[in-house]
Design a protein around this ligand. Structure first.
Ligand SMILES: CC(C)(COP(=O)(O)OP(=O)(O)OC[C@H]1O[C@@H](n2cnc3c(N)ncnc32)[C@H](O)[C@@H]1OP(=O)(O)O)[C@@H](O)C(=O)NCCC(=O)NCCS
Length: 158
């Protein structure tokens, strides 16, 4: 059996938004460690979000596919000459915990190093997001202690 591969498809227009994407954004469990869960997302709010991202020269946003299946979204943000930041989500829950998150980060890192030619890649992670910390560690990321304003999630400071 041929193993399906993760691939990234750059999003170039904001007109088409998948219903499943909206469902992922409104899923409180999936977004447990994200500020996304504070808002209610619709096709219209997402069109506006995408329009902003596409016109931002420091951002590239992609749909994530596993074979033909649309399974997530990722972005490379705050792109500068020497560094950038990665953000990612596997939204289709049936594809979680199967190693695809790790493959996704690997693809993103490859793109950042080889296409953007940056020297440093950052990812902001809430300490409790074990899955995210694991996929980053597997791809060679190191934890740095950066003092940041705490996020308030479920009335707790994180
Ligand atoms: C972070 C994310 C991409 C990981 O994707 P994934 O496909 O599940 O990742 P992988 O299967 O490659 O690896 C996840 C690892 O974390 C572990 N894990 C997953 N959920 C976990 C949990 N709730 N608690 C502890 N470990 C967990 C898995 O067992 C696996 O461990 P292993 O490598 O020792 O087997 C995915 O959980 C996700 O998109 N989450 C929602 C959005 C998000 O949090 N994005 C990151 C913001 S910083």
């Amino acid at each position: 059996m041929i193993k399906k591969k993760i691939f990234l498809k750059k999003i170039r227009n904001h007109r088409h938004i998948e219903k499943e994407w909206i469902k992922w954004l409104n899923d409180k469990t999936l977004n447990k460690y994200s500020l996304k869960k504070k808002n209610y997302h619709t096709i219209e709010t997402q069109k506006k979000f995408l329009q902003k991202k596409i016109s931002d020269k420091k951002n590239i946003i992609f749909r994530v596919y596993l074979g033909n299946n649309f399974i997530g979204i990722c972005e490379i943000d705050n792109i500068a000459i020497t560094q950038c930041e990665i953000k990612y989500m596997i939204g289709d829950k049936k594809y979680l915990k199967k190693g695809h998150g790790s493959s996704l980060i690997k693809k993103m890192v490859f793109f950042c190093k080889n296409t953007l030619k940056v020297k440093k890649i950052f990812a902001g992670v809430v300490d409790k997001n074990i899955a995210s910390l694991k996929v980053l560690k597997k791809n060679g990321f190191k934890k740095i202690d950066k003092k940041m304003k705490p996020l308030i999630i479920d009335k707790k400071k994180i």
